[in-house]
Design a protein around this ligand. Sequence first.
Ligand SMILES: [Zn+2]
Length: 193
Amino acid sequence: MNPIDKLKTLLSRLPGLGEKSGMRVALAIINAGPDFATVLAKAITDTSAIHRCEVCCDLTDELRCSICSDARREPTICVVANPQDRMAFERAAVFRGRYHILHGVLDPLSGVGPFELTLRELLERARSGDVLEIIVATPATVEGDATALYLAHLLRDVDVRVTRIATGVAVGGEIEHADMSTLSRAIEDRRVL
Ligand SMILES: [Zn+2]
């Protein structure tokens, strides 16, 4: 396979890129010149150093991510489905606590059960005694709601307040694209699970 087809085929596997878009991106990389291609290749190679933070399970190139290493963060954990949702809350600067990344939501039809999520790590943090409240910020979808209920059940015997962000605010799992006031309201109007 020639280098252009090889690059196109690899790019086509990425979410949102089919054959045509894969080719468009491949040509854009080629047209940007060899220096750009070298820097891009290096940036991609460097991602092999990325792994899960030992505390919150977010993606980081250190043992603990910068948020978990920040002693000024409040003892409240905002549980999100994925790193993009954590980034949305951080971007909006509406929350000064810590996070826990589940890496998905319960979705039995797609083969995602409790063991596929980072629940063991969350339970461990909840039991540590360092946490006052756990705010479940999974998306307002059937799967997100089911995950929130599962978490409430899982944490029922732990001495920690478990709340859910206001549903109907970030509708349809759009936390990633929600604006600052929406996310702020979602946190403020949270209710006990
Ligand atoms: Zn972390």
